[in-house]
Design a protein around this ligand. Structure first.
Ligand code: F6P
Length: 341
């Protein structure tokens, strides 16, 4: 068999481990030929690929980023040209897939990638999805790879804020990524003892934030750590951190500083958990190809690997359920989500 692999969307730690997982299993175990497409779906549209060799996988497991490169190209997003849609990119993809005589295509990516993978499957290609993202918001899997590494980086950053916050008796606001989901802020907030945790899934009230911080102050708590997800509701074009930071400064008068952790969350070597998960996902995807189990995304359910249809994975987003036990436990620890007056 001949298979293609691509990595699409924002990068994250573990992409190389996943490429290696697919590649080694496909080549060594099943004798398949493996082609890597450059820069996500762009490489598939432009026919920009290389045939991968086993030797290329040496040293890849621990490396951040992606050997193949990535992009946010969305081939099905077409511009309207009068009444007639311009619809050439999916046709190019089908043509290149056919000319290379591919038997399957593995798309490693987040929500947008699974959506495109589903549309390509509907166009008749044999597609398999592998879920990755630091946001952990892909529907149908309990975890995406990339999340654990980002969580470690975010937790370390917040840990470091504690000491400087304490020295200056300040309120520290830290903004984490996560797109429209609060998984990273919730988990990093919990792991690092954040006092106020704001996530998009739990609407906050300004008065509740102020009251909570003033109460801490009255209790002689020397400082406060505010962990916020980038996707929380806010007004205007300022960052979420600036918006909440200004609110706190103006309403409490407390000395407040903001940190936006940014792309550091996505960079560098994957954690052991992500290396293992990415390897498992990759190897399982190759097994699925060998079984000709197409139109599905690899998924983790509990501690077991399974798969779900791309139709399902590509059309929904997994966000934090405000009623889930983790929220309750965080509240037991004294954390506030800015929703209780
Ligand atoms: O989806 C991963 C992610 O890092 C989000 O957390 C963030 O909102 C977004 O990508 C940033 O996108 P870009 O890489 O296009 O700036």
């Amino acid at each position: 068999m001949k298979i293609g692999i691509l990595t699409a969307g924002g990068d994250c730690p573990g992409l190389n481990a996943a490429i290696r997982g697919v590649g080694k299993t496909a080549m060594v175990e099943f004798g398949m030929r493996v082609y890597g497409f450059a820069s996500g779906f762009s490489g598939l549209i432009d026919n920009d690929y290389i045939e991968l060799t086993e030797g290329q996988f040496s040293g890849m497991l621990t490396e951040g980023g992606t050997l193949l490169g990535t992009s946010r190209e969305k081939p099905f997003k077409h511009k309207k040209n009068g009444a007639k849609p311009v619809y050439t990119k999916p046709d190019k993809i089908k043509e290149n897939y056919k000319n290379l005589e591919l038997d399957a295509l593995v798309c490693i990516g987040g929500n947008g990638t699974q959506k495109t993978a589903n549309l390509l499957a509907q166009e008749g290609l044999n597609v398999i999805g592998i879920p990755k993202t630091i946001d952990n918001d892909v529907w149908g899997t309990d975890m995406t790879f990339g999340f654990d590494s980002a969580l470690q980086i975010a937790t370390d950053a917040i840990d470091r804020l504690h000491s400087t916050a304490n020295s200056h008796k300040r309120t520290m606001v830290i903004e984490l990524m996560g797109h429209h989901a609060g998984w990273l802020a919730l988990n990093a907030g919990l792991a690092s003892g954040g006092d106020l945790i704001l996530i998009p899934e739990i609407p906050y009230q300004k008065e509740a934030i102020i009251r909570y911080l003033k109460k801490r102050h009255a209790m002689k708590k020397p400082y406060s750590i505010v962990v916020i997800a980038e996707g929380i509701r806010k007004e205007g074009k300022r960052s979420a951190a600036a918006y909440i930071g200004d609110l706190i400064k103006n309403e409490t008068g407390f000395e407040t500083r903001e940190t936006i952790l940014g792309y550091i969350q996505r960079g560098g070597t994957p954690s052991p958990t992500d290396r293992i998960l990415a390897t498992r996902f990759g190897a399982y995807a190759a097994e699925m190809i060998a079984r000709r189990e197409f139109g599905k995304m690899v998924a983790l359910k509990g501690s077991c690997l399974t798969s779900i249809s791309l139709e399902e994975a590509g059309t929904r987003t997994r966000v934090v359920d405000p009623d889930q036990p983790l929220i309750r436990m965080a509240r037991y620890m004294g954390a506030s989500f800015g929703d209780e007056l």
